[in-house]
Design a protein around this ligand. Structure first.
Ligand code: PGA
Length: 275
């Protein structure tokens, strides 16, 4: 997704790296705890790297009690501007467990639940106002990619983040949000699942950095952590995470078992940046 004339940016050594394992609604609370207990001993406390779990809402309190050095991210959060929203979490719920991160705009929610930019913007606003870092999932459909629309689609998704910062009267901060590039067609559960090469993923990350600069001003993209998601697993994780443009991953199926988790985590640590 590199726009014409785009130059590869150099790795920003101060960018944080993140690795999040999302359980989606695949692991129940007991299974989530079991996995957390099996993997928490593998976590090294490092300053510029965060490893976290995204359990289901019901599993959050359970996993919170045994997470050790793992961070927690919620999979969703509603808003409470002027009315109630049955079935949604609120930032107050996340606050109870001091949850620092929350997914927003995941492709499964965009695709199967019809989440629009307007809804995603409301969620972003609620999180930013509560100082919870959104992990904003962006990415194009296969049809959009084939039609050459990836850059425009993602630019629009990033503009929603810009609007949310503005609506909160907050100065945009590149460390205040994490971007997850997740082309919809590369997610393991996508109907039209196809693999993306690490080189193509990295090109898209460079393009996203340019779009971030366009929305927020120059150098913003270089300072923003962009993780990759799309069927990453123990066998290919190093080739994604080793690229300077890719600051880690958001991984589903590949980290939902202890063995898979350990393999992807080892690849993440093996690709640590010096300096
Ligand atoms: P996957 O999921 O690794 O199973 O493709 C990633 C995601 O949905 O964020």
């Amino acid at each position: 997704m590199t726009p014409k004339g785009a130059q590869a940016t150099t790795p920003h050594s101060s960018r944080r790296r993140y690795l999040f394992a999302t359980f989606k609604n695949r692991l129940d609370p007991a299974e989530s705890v079991d996995l957390a207990l099996k993997v928490r001993g593998l976590i090294e406390l490092r300053k510029r790297e965060v490893v976290g779990l995204c359990p289901s809402a019901l599993a959050i309190p359970w996993v919170n009690g045994c997470k050790g050095g793992l961070a927690l991210a919620a999979q969703n959060c509603g808003w409470t501007e002027s009315y109630s929203l049955t079935g949604e979490l609120s930032v107050r719920d996340l606050d109870v467990f001091s949850i620092p991160y929350c997914l927003v705009g995941h492709s499964e929610r965009r695709t199967y639940l019809g989440e629009t930019e307007e809804i995603i913007g409301r969620r972003l606003k609620a999180l930013l106002a509560a100082s919870i870092v959104p992990i904003l999932c962006v990415g194009e459909t296969l049809k959009q990619r084939r039609a050459g629309q990836s850059v425009d689609v993602i630019a629009e998704q990033l503009a929603t983040l810009g609007d949310a910062f503005a609506a909160c009267a907050l100065k945009p901060d590149p460390t205040g949000a994490i971007i997850a590039y997740e082309p919809m067609w590369a997610i393991s559960t996508a109907a039209s699942h196809l693999a993306l090469t690490p080189a193509d993923a990295a090109k898209s990350h460079e393009g996203i950095r340019q779009s971030l600069d366009a929305v927020f001003g120059s150098s913003f993209g270089d300072a923003t952590s962009i993780v990759f998601g799309g069927s990453v697993n123990g066998a290919d994780a190093k080739s994604f995470f080793g690229h300077p443009a890719i600051d880690g991953g958001l991984v589903g199926a590949g980290m939902q078992t202890a063995a898979g988790f350990a393999d992807v985590l080892a690849a993440f640590y093996a690709c640590a940046r010096i300096g």
